[in-house]
Ligand binder design. Structure first.
Ligand SMILES: Nc1ncnc2c1ncn2[C@@H]1O[C@H](COP(=O)(O)OP(=O)(O)O)[C@@H](O)[C@H]1O
Ligand SMILES: O=C(CO)[C@@H](O)[C@H](O)COP(=O)(O)O
Length: 536
């Protein structure tokens, strides 16, 4: 504890779908403290599953805002109880699940600025929100608002050129439009709308934190080239929206110092800086120190795949976000909704609820799975828009079930083939020097990473912690502290240890998957045409 007390550090937070996590990173960029609060397990009174409430219509998905606040109270108390020395924290930053929106009620800013150090946050902020259950990224209930927004700006491609993405149901502008249309009273009582990231930053600041360019790119509202709100998009979504959002800022901005609440209650230094929080995927890009040419695969609640881009090339599939570490650059992102929760379901059904058995099934089956291919989308997938489980044998005939081991391999191979096919759709090509950087909870599983290496025909690397969004947030805090835009991010993180090799492609993998990938793509296209025509 004595050694810990003397360690100057930055904190990196992650308000993700299933938990709040924190890491402390010292000046040599070593992670020396990690903690988390899991919503379903540690806050059962909110009744979430996987951190969310799925409503009866099957498409509306929300999370209670006070659950996030209480999770922060709990984790700070845990840190204090462990003897964590908050006075050594030079700066903090953080990440949030992307796209989710928080509606602060008129008068909330006064409460935020006058927090009493004698009480936990959740007791003081109870009456501060005009909407208690916030729409989150898993929501897909805003198809009508999406079509309205695209029509207002000249179509899907026009919206993508402007904001980096065509209209997506989970993107915040469409969610805000739905709140305004269906709950105009709550909307009119709202003085500020935050993303999960800027909401979390606001809790630390004791004042509203601005939205950063990178997470702001996931709203269908920000002009990603000019970095200003699009008046056409704002106008199409809801009235007085610009004043409720506040101006966006570069992701490496110092947005202020921690509120006196944290100084008095936890012993933070009064000068401890808060660097703008961003989305969890942009923060992971920072945590993995992604370089041009590399590809990152995050296997969290959602699966995402992202790339560093110099020039934005907005398309009808995938998203372009402003880079979180260099205001001149961009990142491309593909999001797959049926990630870890789908893997958990197949683990429970076909591998005795055990990751060890799940791994055994992967090891006992062959690459290519004897030609058996599967699509596992228990919730409406984002990439591509298909729902349901669809299994095909080597003759391309639909079958209703697979033996258990075959089912496990079909799931994992299918998930990674989809990633490769859609990344190639964005123009990405696997090169001899390609590195895949893996992160997220499932990157703990070496057998899953082996399939990833085989399907992509490229080596897979991991960083010391699967919490790359937290680590990236701590790195970004150091970046903000060092001067932000004027200092290259790569300079700030040059001391960080290199990623370690976790899996290399097995001999013969490229022949197997070169043959199978076009077959998977054709079947996906067939399912998509059926879904768009008459649902099965
Ligand atoms: N050994 C493992 N094999 C496969 N998946 C795992 C393993 N350990 C954890 N996971 C998955 O990691 C998921 C959580 O990942 P994480 O990146 O922490 O999610 P998030 O940041 O979205 O809350 C869990 O839902 C679980 O399915
Ligand atoms: O919607 C997206 C990205 O566009 C998701 O990736 C969310 O950002 C949720 O992140 P996790 O909690 O799954 O890490």
């Amino acid at each position: 504890m004595a050694e810990r007390a003397a360690r100057r550090c930055c904190l990196g937070w992650d308000f993700s779908t299933q938990q709040v996590k924190v890491v402390a990173v010292d000046a040599d960029l070593n992670v020396f403290y990690e903690d988390s609060v899991h919503f379903d397990r540690d806050l059962p009174e909110f009744g979430t599953q996987g951190g969310v409430h799925v409503h009866k219509d099957g498409v509306t998905v929300t999370s209670p805002v006070l659950m996030w606040v209480q999770a922060l109270d709990i984790i700070l108390e845990k840190m204090k109880a462990s003897g964590f020395d908050f006075s050594q924290v030079l700066a903090l930053s953080g990440a949030g699940q992307q796209h989710g929106s928080i509606y602060w009620k008129a008068g909330a800013s006064r409460v935020l600025t006058r927090l009493s150090p004698d009480l936990p946050l959740h007791q003081q902020l109870q009456a501060c929100f005009s909407i208690s259950d916030c729409p989150v990224w898993m929501d897909s209930s805003t198809a009508t608002q999406c079509r309205q927004l695209e029509a207002a700006v000249g179509g899907a491609q026009a919206l993508s050129c402007l904001t980096g993405s065509r209209a997506y149901e989970r993107f915040t502008g469409n969610q805000i439009a739905k709140v305004y249309q269906q709950n105009p009273e709550a909307y009119s009582h709202t003085e500020r709308i935050s993303l999960v990231s800027s909401f979390a930053a606001s809790l630390f600041l004791g004042a509203y934190s601005p939205i950063d360019y990178s997470d702001g790119s996931g709203m269908n509202l920000l002009q990603i080239q000019d970095k200003v709100w699009s008046q056409a998009c704002l106008g199409a979504c809801a009235p007085h929206l610009e004043e409720k959002l506040g101006p966006p800022v570069p992701s490496c901005s110092v947005v202020g110092a921690v509120s006196s609440y944290y100084v008095q209650r936890y012993g933070f230094a009064p000068g401890c800086k808060v660097v703008a929080f961003t989305g969890d995927n942009p923060a992971s890009l920072a945590g993995m120190r992604l370089e041009e040419g590399d590809i990152a695969v995050s296997l969290g609640t959602s699966d995402t795949l992202f790339l560093w881009l110099r020039e934005p090339t907005p398309a009808l599939e995938g998203h372009i976000f402003c880079s979180p570490v260099d205001a001149r650059h961009y990142m491309a992102l593909l999001c797959f909704k049926n990630g870890s929760l789908m893997r958990e379901k197949i683990r429970d059904e076909s591998a005795s609820r055990s990751w060890i058995e799940f791994s055994k099934a992967l090891r006992s089956t062959e690459m290519g799975n004897g030609g058996n291919l599967g699509f596992y989308f228990d919730v409406m997938e984002i990439t591509p828009e298909i729902i349901g489980r669809h299994r095909f044998n080597a003759e391309n005939h639909k079958v209703s079930a697979f033996p258990k081991d075959v089912e496990v391999r079909a799931l994992i191979e299918g998930q990674f083939m989809a990633k490769r096919i859609h990344a190639e759709g964005l123009g990405y090509r696997v090169m001899p020097k390609t590195k895949i950087l893996a992160t997220g909870g499932a990157s703990h599983n070496r057998d899953i990473l082996q399939v990833l290496a085989d399907v992509f025909g490229a080596p897979v690397y991991v960083i010391d912690t699967a919490n790359s969004a937290c680590v990236g947030s701590a790195y970004r805090a150091f970046h903000g502290l060092a001067g932000g835009t004027d200092v290259p991010f790569s300079e700030v993180v040059k001391l960080a240890s290199n990623p370690t090799l976790a899996a290399t492609p097995s001999p013969g993998a490229s022949q197997v998957y070169e043959a199978l990938l076009p077959q998977y793509a054709r079947l996906e296209q067939r399912l998509l045409s059926q879904a768009q025509g008459s649902p099965e």
